[in-house]
Design a protein. Structure first.
Length: 254
């Protein structure tokens, strides 16, 4: 999989493209758009690679991406999923800190880093906006640390479903379903679980009529129960992973 160059580049702000960007200061938005171009990426494409020079910053306006890092032992860790309104590529040391790959077709504004740095020097309000976006990235990292920490497997899956519902809806209120373009391997990598554990818990939640499962979609039938589960309330016991057999002997999943 190779990083894509832009398929279609159109100057903004006269392109007529709408965006869910969270900038409320119109002058700041106009200044950002004045240095932006629009890029389109097909699904399953790398937008940027970990450790490459951070030459551009991207603002997602359509589609979903996954972020991943390689661990020292060669394993991959999914560190996040980005929806419209999110920004990626804000590197502080001149290198991208993760790899970003598209899960769907993606459209994004592309900001050359050199011109963005110049704009920050000239306009303090732009720098304040980028600082707010960096704070969003830190909050997302803290959310994942909590998921990978003391939560049980069921709590992790419930929290993930509610988190994806919030992000895909842009924070405009709770939806009764959520579209999940990522596969269960990606979900498992993000939550620090095995794919078998994720599949088993989703199946249990369906049998308990808490959710209903459709291809790449989850319908929330009893969202109150799901919230209680995510918060560790009620009598939801921690899940004990099922044993698997490796060459004739029992072994616990990694």
């Amino acid at each position: 999989m190779q990083a894509m160059t832009c398929v279609r580049t159109v100057p903004e702000p006269n392109s007529g493209v709408t965006t869910p960007c969270r900038v409320t200061n119109r002058p700041v938005l106009d200044q950002l758009r004045s240095i932006a171009s629009i890029e389109q990426f097909p699904r399953q494409t790398a937008v940027l690679w970990e450790s490459e020079p951070a030459e551009c910053v991207f603002e997602v306006t359509k589609g979903v991406l996954k972020l991943s890092k390689m661990l020292p032992d060669g394993r991959r860790q999914i560190v996040g999923f980005l929806y419209p309104g999110h920004v990626l590529g804000l590197a502080v040391d001149g290198q991208y800190t993760y790899t970003a790959e598209t899960l769907t077709e993606v459209e994004a504004f592309r900001y050359p880093r050199s011109r963005l740095d110049q704009l920050v020097d000239e306009t303090p309000s732009v720098g304040q906006h980028l600082l707010a976006l960096t704070s969003d990235e830190l909050r997302a990292a803290q959310d994942q640390m909590l998921l990978l920490g003391r939560k049980t497997a069921r709590e992790k899956v419930a929290s993930f479903l509610l988190m994806m519902c919030e992000r895909s809806g842009g924070g405009d209120g709770f939806e009764d379903s959520v579209h999940l373009p990522m596969n269960r391997v990606d979900i498992a990598d993000y939550l620090g679980l095995t794919m078998e554990t994720v599949s088993r818990i989703l199946g249990e939640l369906k049998r308990e009529q808490v959710i209903d499962l459709k291809p790449h979609r989850v319908d929330f039938l009893r969202p109150g129960i799901l919230r209680e589960m995510a918060e560790g309330e009620g009598s939801h016991e921690p899940e004990i992973p099922a044993m698997r057999h490796v060459k004739g002997r029992a072994a616990w999943p990694n």
